[in-house]
Design a protein around this ligand. Structure first.
Ligand code: DC
Length: 230
């Protein structure tokens, strides 16, 4: 069994790839973006983000020991759901409002420190797949397989739009595209653990690939990485 790190831009299908692969291999899947989203949701619920998007960092830092994130396998969907302090927040953390606030929260050093520590603890046994931005560079630099996923911003915005529309949320394509581009910028330019490809990561541009094609590509790579580690 190995550790698999899947990093890349937002909305490029990392989590779908990771979830499917985990199911196929019987590995544990850890969605690290869901963890930053949960912290954001907590801050929003507790009045720590004002109308202009300013974060009350002192209060949030003091609250960090009270923020417990966990994942519980949902037999109905066959995938893990995210829990914040014991309450299921899987849908609540996927709204555009949370997406709009999450990048600034993910730039905070004390938030990253707490999340990285939790991720290392959750993933310390092999047989795990983590997706995020800094898994191959910071969280598990020794992962046996590292994939860096990307696709054009327009395609990613369209995918996000389709996903939200399918869930019944009213949304606007241009607004989503703006959010995707802004998040790309913040995620890639932040001081701590910016989104960068690990030197030894394999790049996947899935702009013109189907989910099935990506799955096949990833499974082949995984089998090679598992054999190499034996
Ligand atoms: O993958 P996602 O869209 O759910 O991630 C939400 C935000 O969290 C994204 O804007 C960047 C941040 N993030 C991060 O900084 N580091 C990670 N390992 C995962 C996500």
């Amino acid at each position: 069994m190995i550790t698999i790190a899947i990093d890349g831009h937002s909305s490029c299908g990392k989590s779908t790839m990771a979830k499917n692969l985990a199911k196929e291999l019987g590995y544990v899947y850890i969605d690290t973006g869901a963890m930053y989203r949960s912290v954001t949701y907590y801050a929003m619920q507790n009045g720590m983000i004002d109308a202009e998007g300013n974060i009350d960092t002192d209060r949030l830092q003091a609250a960090m020991p009270d923020i417990h994130i966990s994942f519980k396998f949902n037999p109905e969907t066959g995938r893990p759901d995210t829990y914040l302090n014991g309450i299921r927040v899987e849908d609540k953390i996927r709204t555009l409002e949370v997406s709009n606030h999450v990048s600034p929260i993910a730039t905070l050093g004390f938030v990253r420190e707490a999340m990285v520590a939790q991720q290392r603890e959750m993933g310390k046994a092999k047989g795990v797949i983590l997706d995020g931005r800094d898994i191959g560079t910071v969280v598990f630099p020794d992962a046996e397989l590292k994939v860096f996923v990307t696709a054009s911003a327009e395609i990613r915005a369209q995918r996000r739009y389709d996903e939200l529309t399918a869930k019944g949320e009213t949304c606007n394509y241009d607004e989503i595209l703006k959010n995707v581009q802004e998040r790309d910028y913040i995620d890639s330019h932040r001081e701590i653990s910016p989104l960068t490809k690990a030197e030894d990561a394999i790049v996947l541009d899935n702009s013109n690939m189907t989910i099935a094609e990506q799955q096949e590509w990833l499974l082949k790579l995984t089998r090679e990485a598992v054999s190499a580690s034996e």
